[in-house]
Design a protein around this ligand. Structure first.
Ligand SMILES: Cc1ncc(COP(=O)(O)O)c(C=O)c1O
Length: 466
């Protein structure tokens, strides 16, 4: 028996300028955007500005931003501490393809905060970071294959776009023998064949795989939580068992901390879960939205650079990114920003519980309070395939109905809510909860009246999967 929250009618959003811009952009940009993940048809959002935890579109609509650029903006939009430092440093010049002290400082901070990374290098994106980490693992071990988990996203290079996020789980193949499902066309079969999809939280699967093919496997790359599938958490002991198994078979462990790094803890998810990987990749939280990223690891593994492995990049370590990383990482090191973010995430969850509990709907929160998902199911999901059995249509309908109520989570349940330091300010938490309450009422009422639920249109739902 469920009790529905009171129905409140949704205020209409003015979208006139955005529709006009969409039509204009469509002529010159595929889908009207620079990324498939932002192409939401006529609902595509064209942004004007952000400040703190808020964002405004070009029609002047104001939202509490729960996407925060898919995670990077960990302190808040337009953070003066970071922006002022970047402004000061960039006046000295931006790109030299020479090395500045800001780059050295960035890597020193990564080593200090993680405690286990001995050496690292900067890249511009998380995609590059995972691509280089995979190459280093191959070079170091002399083996070709990389294991990745179903439902995990490691960027848009060919080696990463395997078994990422289909809606239909049958596309992933038999549970005991998953297929290498490429996301979109253009990925050579020979490349796909070097990637072995595995099932998260299934250590027995890994052991069988290693016994069969371990001699060919260079590394496992893992998002410590399924950050691109609602933040599904590892079962107790999973990471420890995986670490032990990789050591037994001489396989490297790559923690893809692009989302979790400098967010779950000052030392990232490796610190949070008490694991020492061999390689790590970082991006989002390290630059508060500026395009800073890095890969790094144990000195012995990294020693294949610079002589034996190619790595470079005209913009790698450019001044803007490096200065942003220095200041952001110093703030994370020297202040209680991460504690504020965690506490704010918990306050939001408390408010959502008060709304959800009286309805009798089965739900639970996934992930970390700073980056959490809401799953409508009574079964705790342990891998990507479980997501299919949740009521994600309800989630998507709520997320879409939150927008006209002034809060913007990703309208796809697979993408978590990202909390930033500035969300602690003013009445933001209350406004998020009120928007959620109204949206839940609307979604349940629409369902009760038999209306089709709004379709997900966020990051992982893009039909590029094809
Ligand atoms: C875990 C993970 N790895 C890698 C990437 C790719 O990073 P980027 O978008 O900066 O290329 C992402 C992006 O969402 C990510 O979540």
């Amino acid at each position: 028996m469920t009790t529905e929250p009171a129905l409140s009618s949704a205020p209409a959003l003015n979208r006139a300028r955005q529709l006009e811009m969409y039509r204009r952009a469509l002529r010159v940009m595929p889908g009207g955007t620079d990324s498939n993940f932002r192409a939401w048809g006529e609902d595509t959002i064209y942004v004007d500005r952000g400040q703190g935890g808020l964002v405004w579109d070009v029609d002047g609509n104001e939202f509490i931003d729960l996407r925060m650029g898919y995670g990077p903006v960990i302190l808040g939009h337009g953070d003066e501490r970071v922006d002022d430092y970047v402004n000061e440093r960039m006046r000295k010049g931006v790109s030299f393809s020479l090395t500045s002290e800001d780059e050295v400082r960035t890597i020193e901070l990564i080593c200090e905060l993680t405690g286990w990374v001995d050496q690292a290098r900067m890249t511009v994106s998380g995609t590059e970071a995972t691509m280089h980490a995979m190459r280093i693992a191959r070079a170091y071990t002399g083996r070709n294959k990389i294991v990745k988990f179903e439902g995990q996203y490691h960027g848009v290079h060919d080696y990463a776009l395997i078994s990422v996020g289909p809606d239909d789980m049958s596309e992933l193949g038999d549970a005991d023998n998953p297929v290498r499902l490429t996301w979109g066309r253009g990925i050579p079969e020979q490349v796909a064949d070097t990637i072995i999809p595995a099932r998260y939280n299934n250590i027995e699967f890994l052991r069988r795989l290693f016994e069969r093919e371990g001699d060919d496997i260079a590394a496992i790359i893992v998002e410590p939580v399924l950050g691109n599938a609602q933040g599904i958490m590892p079962e107790p002991g999973f990471h420890q068992a995986m670490r032990a198994l990789t050591e037994e078979f001489g396989i490297l462990l790559i923690f893809d901390e692009v989302k979790t790094g400098f967010r779950f803890a000052k030392g990232g998810a490796a610190e949070y879960f008490g694991i020492t990987p061999d390689l790590g990749t970082y991006a989002k939280a390290m630059g508060n939205g500026y395009p800073a990223a890095a890969f790094g690891g144990r000195a012995e593994v990294m020693s294949v650079l610079p002589d034996k492995v190619s790595h470079g990049g005209t913009y790698a370590g450019n001044r803007v990114a490096a200065a942003a990383a220095v200041k952001t990482l110093e703030i994370i090191r020297d202040t209680d920003a991460l504690e504020t973010i965690r506490a704010t995430g918990l306050r939001i969850q408390d408010g959502l519980r008060e709304v959800l509990n009286p309805t009798g709907l089965p739900y639970h929160f996934t992930g970390h309070p700073s980056m959490f998902g809401i799953m409508f199911t009574d079964k705790v999901a342990s891998e990507y395939r479980d997501w299919a059995n949740t009521d994600h249509e309800l989630y998507d309908a709520i997320a879409i109905a939150m927008q006209p109520r002034g809060a913007m989570p990703e309208p796809d349940s697979r993408e978590p809510w990202f909390v930033c330091e500035a969300h602690a300010q003013g009445d933001i938490v209350d406004r998020v909860v009120t928007a959620f309450q109204g949206a839940l009422g609307e979604a349940l009422a629409a369902r009760a009246q038999g209306h089709p639920q709004a379709e997900a249109r966020g990051a992982m739902s893009h039909p590029a999967a094809g």
